[in-house]
Design a protein around this ligand. Sequence first.
Ligand code: ZN
Length: 527
Amino acid sequence: MCGILTALTNTAVLAQEKADTVVTNGKILTVDSDFRVVQALAINGGRIVARGASTEMTRYSGPNTKIIDVKGATVIPGLIDNHFHFTRAVERWHQQARFEGVDTRREALRILAAKAASLKPGDWIMVQGGWTPRQFADAPGSFTLAELDGVAPKNPLFVQEGYSLVYANSLALKAVGLNPADGARRNATGLVSFQPPYALYDAMPPASPAQLDQNLTDFMHELNATGLTGVYSLGQSKFLADRAAKGPLPLRLWETLPVFANDPASATKAAALIERSHPNQFDGQYGIYGLAEVLYGPFFDLAPRKDPWPPEIMNEYGKLATAAARAGFHVHEHVINNSAVTDLLDTLEKVNRVQPIGKLRWTLGHVYDISPSNIARAKAMGMTLGVHGAAMQAGAHMPLRKIADSGIVFGLGTDATIVSHYSPFVTLGWVVSGLDVGGSRVLDETLTREEALIAHTRSNAYLFFQENALGSLEVGKQADLVVLDRDYMTVPAADIKHIRPTLTMVGGRVVFTSLAQYNLARASELR
Ligand SMILES: [Zn+2]
């Protein structure tokens, strides 16, 4: 009843407005607070001006209105990823092959061979992580030298498995002085890690500025094709700022303030920088948002520890957190193990007594085994959680039911591209089915489809203080939406990972479409 009244009011108020675009005949999951389903949306100037039955929207159509008849397809709000290492993917995108959602070895090898066929002999090919040997359900396991030489006989090729392992073919091994007779599989230390000496990365020629520009275009298009309309890009890069200055991006991008704090002296300087910087410069398309993902370098939680984090480290963390709170910055902190969550919350509760953080929505990202008591402590300080596809790759048993039932706001993301895939549908499939890409059960606790979709849309909008503009399909909000090739709500849970967008719209602009029937994406809209 309440919903009907709201719809009538919206219709009455905006009845004079004509739409430049109408999306019609859909099963549109609005992901509003009632999770309402409507047939049609009227859009004008990038915003939704009305929603309801398809017949109701005709009053908004004029001679110049673009009609997108989705013929019964499911439509969802644009998907937002709250944790993404974006720029390093862009830097090498022209050389990359990817295994997002690929569940057979045969298909993975076909993808590598196709990439080799698309390049000149001698050009490097890489897979910048985002997969595990478990995901090939037909033949799990690592790649052999014969396989990699077979798919790329004329191109140096390496396939990263996270940060720790790499598989390289004979040409790539020889390029860095290694003997192919010792096999494809190598410990990645010093070969592909982001610590020196980066041997395999260094062996590749750097991308030219023109190539980098093309890579940025192509990678944003790729993410649009996976259903993403917004990404928190951890880091800060001039080429993104330059591109954003030229006009609207096809992907909303938040970046982080570049701060370096690795010891008490640099922490003091970093705190001063934070305090004189402006938080949340996001202008609707792009901008520096917050601090992430390691506020103080020495507090970098990887393996579980026996002892608590030392007070001298947590004290420095507390000083930086106090500066961030005073300046009004959002913090998204990398913290994997519950013991580290405990130590961090101890510190933040002290900070909160001096400089309240309750309105800043700080996010604990990763939290593989967070306890109910720590969820409650974080919630009490107005904090939020980031749940990431990297946990699927790690095989973590995330307490998703406890998180969802606690009422804390949590958003989905990936941590792409090295320790995770970047496909939101792979992530949604994982949290709903409990299965990884290869079909192995990795979660004991799962989410409903509604909870998962909310976490990948509306909740992420909340993490970025954009809940009035993004994250659901409601009158007054931005028209960021994705048309799907099958119904997210009814497809078997194990098939959610295979859902493909057929159209992606950002701010009313079609930024991706795979179907001729939508043939609406003008070239000028796709830059
Ligand atoms: Zn992290």
